[in-house]
Every structure is written in C-alpha cells, then in structure tokens.
Write a protein that binds this ligand. Structure first.
Ligand code: INI
Length: 155
C-alpha cells in the first residue's frame, strides 16, 4: 500500500488570504491567527498576500483571482456571517460557501473555507480565539497540509 505523506512544513510556500471586513471585530482575529500560524509553520511573511473585501459575498470572486493568477500555492477565505445581524443570512452563507466550494473542487490549488457561520457575535468571537481557540490557526494549518498533499501529484 502507498500513502501520500502529510506534512505541516510550510517552508517556501506562497499563500493568499482573502478576508471580509464585515464583522471585522471577528475577521481581524481570524486573520491574525491565520498569519501567526502560517509563520509558525515556516511560511515567510513576505510570501503571505492579504486582500480585504467588503463582505463574505465578495470572497469567491477575489479567491478566483488569486487562483487564476497562478502565483499562490493555496488560498484561504476568511469571513464571519452572523445570523443575528442580517435577514439575508442564508443568501450570503449559500453564495459565499458555495462559491468557495466550487473553486476548491476544481483542484487547481487548495482553497480553504474559513467562513464562520454563527447565530451570535459571541459565538463567532469564541471561535476566533476568545474561548474555543482561533479557527484562523486551524485553517492556516489546513492550507499548508493540503499544499503538501497537492505537491505529491506534481512529481
Ligand atoms: N457579509 C458578511 O461577511 N457577514 C455578514 O454577516 C453579512 N451580513 O450580515 O449581511 C454580510 N453581508 C454583506 C455581503 O457579504 C456583501 O458584502 C454585500 O451584500 C455586497 O455584495
């Protein structure tokens, strides 16, 4: 049996992060956690490119631009969609997560779904580092792990 190797070594990787400004109090924390974790895993800060967009709805489009540029090994989409704050919660959730999922499934480079969907700001803050750890860190690790898996198809 052969198994692909899993690795969290991010040395030499170029990573793009798209982050929504909507619910910035949450998404700033997710970004902070993601960048910190990428650097911990060996990604050079000059190899991390960040694009700020107005809201989660805008994430799939900018992620597509990052993928099509062919300059990045992985793309991470960060956002926070909070039900209490909007009547079109479901529309924004479906459009943003569906767009990211479609892009990810193309398999060109890993595209990481880093969008929190919660009922309250408190729940979102907890998942952005207040209580339950910062999911931005997890999503950064996922990006590096997936890049290392994808690399094994290019040999
Ligand atoms: N965008 C978010 O990222 N989170 C939200 O909770 C949200 N709410 O509450 O509506 C939200 N809306 C804005 C949307 O993402 C777009 O920026 C807007 O519709 C313009 O296209």
């Amino acid at each position: 049996m052969k198994e692909l190797k899993n690795s969290l070594n991010g040395t030499g990787m170029k990573i793009a992060i798209a982050v929504a400004r909507f619910n910035e109090v949450v998404t700033d924390k997710l970004l902070e956690g993601a960048v910190r974790q990428l650097e911990t895993l060996g990604v050079d800060s000059k190899d991390i490119t960040v694009a700020h967009v107005p809201g989660a709805f805008e994430l799939p489009g900018i992620c597509r631009k990052f993928v099509d540029s062919k300059k990045f090994d992985a793309v991470i989409a960060l956002g926070a969609i909070i039900r209490g704050e909007t009547s079109h919660y479901d529309v924004v959730v479906n459009a943003s997560t569906g767009g990211i999922a479609n892009l990810a499934a193309e398999g060109k480079v890993p595209v990481i779904l880093g969008i929190l969907t919660t009922d309250t700001v408190d729940q979102a803050m907890n998942r952005a580092g207040l209580k339950a750890g910062n999911l931005g860190c997890n999503w950064a690790s996922t990006a590096v792990e997936m890049v290392n898996l994808y690399k094994q198809f290019n040999k």
